[in-house]
Write a protein that binds this ligand. Sequence first.
Ligand SMILES: [Fe+2]
Length: 350
Amino acid sequence: MKPRLGTLDELPEDYVEELSAMSVTPLWPNLHALLPRGIPERKTRPCLWRYGEVRPYLLRAGELTPMEKAERRVLVFSNPGLGLEKMMATPSIYIGLQLILPGETAPCHRHTPSAVRFVIEGEGGYTTVEGEKCIMNKGDLILTPAGTWHDHGNSGAGPVVWLDALDLMLIYGLEASYAIEGPIQDDNNMADASRTRYRRAGLVPYPSLNAPRPAYPLVRYPWNEVRAALADLAPAQAPGEAVQLAYVNPETGAECLPTLGFSAQMLRPGEEARPPRRSASSVVHVIEGEGQSEIDGETLAWGESDTLAVPTHARVVHRNASNDEPAYLFHVDDAPLQRKIGIYEEFPDA
Ligand SMILES: [Fe+2]
């Protein structure tokens, strides 16, 4: 058996103090905490945020705090395992619930973190990204990648609520997070690219074959299209195979943001999905349906618009509670970043 590593207490006090005075730290007392054997240490807890519970507090925020005092009126889903002050759903994924009331606009800015919006409720919401006005219907995914100008508005008659997912805390951790403010954008009076240049998968504007591929050609992914695509995929998948589609850049086929990945999954009536255990952490948002997720042995029962946090390396089972209706899940994960830095893994254990 290997000897255990020495602790800080075993070192002479004056030795440790003199090292500290030089801003120097011995590694070995912390080595196994930093590099645990076989599986990472995970503080992130399996977690469920119930929309029905949080929604009244979000609407209350609309009464308590005018937009001028909030800029972005958001309640952040903070994983208690990581500490509420850290504002992390998982170590890489920031999740907020944002409210915009009729007639309000959230001022224009751009920033180094990348963001997406996933619409939960309301009519008349919109996000303008680099002059492209994206209508926000329930279930639509809208990207505001790093460095792109974006502002939000609500021209409807009731509240509009969406889920924000950002790589904010990753970029903040790099001490590289900042924003620049700008004037509200004039929109280009065109339908967004999902209804024009990138109307159908497999088709791109002809000139793009002879030009550098744009980094973010498509910023709105309408839910009605994704839902129909899942419905058509379902019969083509054998039982036990996930009915799941990834959101990608239509020009390159790569994930649509560099750090975070997005996918939509249909759980067929009565289906129990057992994705492989993997190195990525994720957040799962329920678009439609009711069911349970078992995450590292903890069972969390969910309904429409609820949101779950899944730690890295977790064992996961998702179950659709209905034997008649499909359930739909939206997944956010940090697999794109993990793949880029060469640490993404899937484990074929039972
Ligand atoms: Fe923003």
